[in-house]
Ligand binder design. Structure first.
Ligand SMILES: [Zn+2]
Length: 294
């Protein structure tokens, strides 16, 4: 099944596909070990920074190798690519999915750039002519604050930051995206506090757009489990987790250095990091209802 088909199942049945970021081979392994154990489709994301570190061609080659090794669906997404040019490069490299994030631009520019990427993806698919080659394109609307890190200060989310229902409807109709990232009180990173997610807004947006378009929640790190379950229950079909993985991985790495102060083999030192990150992914898959969904 394609990523879009899995997303449609998730939307129809009230669960969500976990989107987990990685910039290292070991991090990908942590994600895939957890997804394999849970029989969950795996969606691995690389932001522009992570893509640059890993390399687009390298990421695609790893995905192909992991598909064979793990025997589960593995989808690679170019997360938060902030120009049509960057998103198109990822499509050309063989990514299954791109997130073209032009949300910082005015609506009309966002629509024009996003549509350009959608059109490009469709042209590429028609050249390949294979259902599996369907490229899932995500657009974003609303002002998502914060970065994927631990914020020590409170981040003020303003009502005007939220995705508006009528604009979401227009954006989806005019761009033809497969997924829409929305702002409903979420932020990137972990902050001391944030507003309760706007469940009603998810419901309203869900009703305003076709069922074939999946709703995406970014900044899933640090949101209380109950709130995540609530929004998945009303139509969020894809949840992004990055900061909690970064924290687990780096803490695990530090623990490795403490436990084995004389060790110089990286492959031994990073075992703690791999274990810690896998544990987070495992918990999230349970929370998202993504277990036994292959
Ligand atoms: Zn994000």
């Amino acid at each position: 099944m394609s990523l879009n088909e899995y997303l449609k199942q998730a939307t129809d049945n009230g669960w969500a596909i976990g989107h987990f970021n990685a910039s290292e081979l070991d991090q990908m392994r942590s994600i895939l070990d957890a997804c394999k154990d849970a029989s969950s489709p795996a969606m691995i994301g690389t932001s522009e920074g992570e893509s640059k570190h890993l390399g687009l061609a390298e990421a695609v080659a790893l995905r192909d190798a992991f598909r064979i090794k793990y025997g589960i669906p593995v989808f690679l997404n170019a997360d938060h690519h902030k120009s049509a040019e960057a998103a198109i490069k990822a499509i050309d490299a063989g990514y299954d999915s791109v997130h073209i994030d032009l949300s910082s631009f005015p609506m009309e520019e966002n629509i024009a750039g996003t549509k350009m990427v959608v059109d490009y993806a469709r042209q590429r698919e028609s050249r390949i002519k294979n259902q599996e080659s369907r490229i899932s394109v995500e657009g974003e609307l609303g002002y998502l604050r914060g970065e994927s890190k631990i914020h020590h200060e409170k981040i003020e989310v303003k009502p005007e930051d939220y995705t508006k229902v009528d604009q979401a409807k227009e954006f989806v109709a005019r761009t033809g995206v497969d997924r829409l990232a929305i702002v409903i009180g979420n932020i990137h990173g972990i902050a001391p506090s944030h507003p309760h997610l706007d469940v009603q807004r998810v419901l309203d947006i869900r009703r305003a757009i076709p069922n074939s378009v999946a709703l995406v929640l970014h900044g899933g790190s640090g949101i209380p489990d109950g709130e995540v379950e609530e929004v998945i229950g009303v139509g969020i079909a894809n949840v992004h987790i990055n900061t909690e993985l970064r924290v687990a991985y780096v803490h695990g790495m530090k623990r490795g250095f403490e436990l084995y102060p004389n060790e110089v083999s990286m492959y031994k030192l990073d075992q703690e990091a791999i274990k810690a990150m896998k544990l987070v992914v495992k918990e999230k898959l349970k929370l998202f209802g993504a277990v036994n969904k292959i």
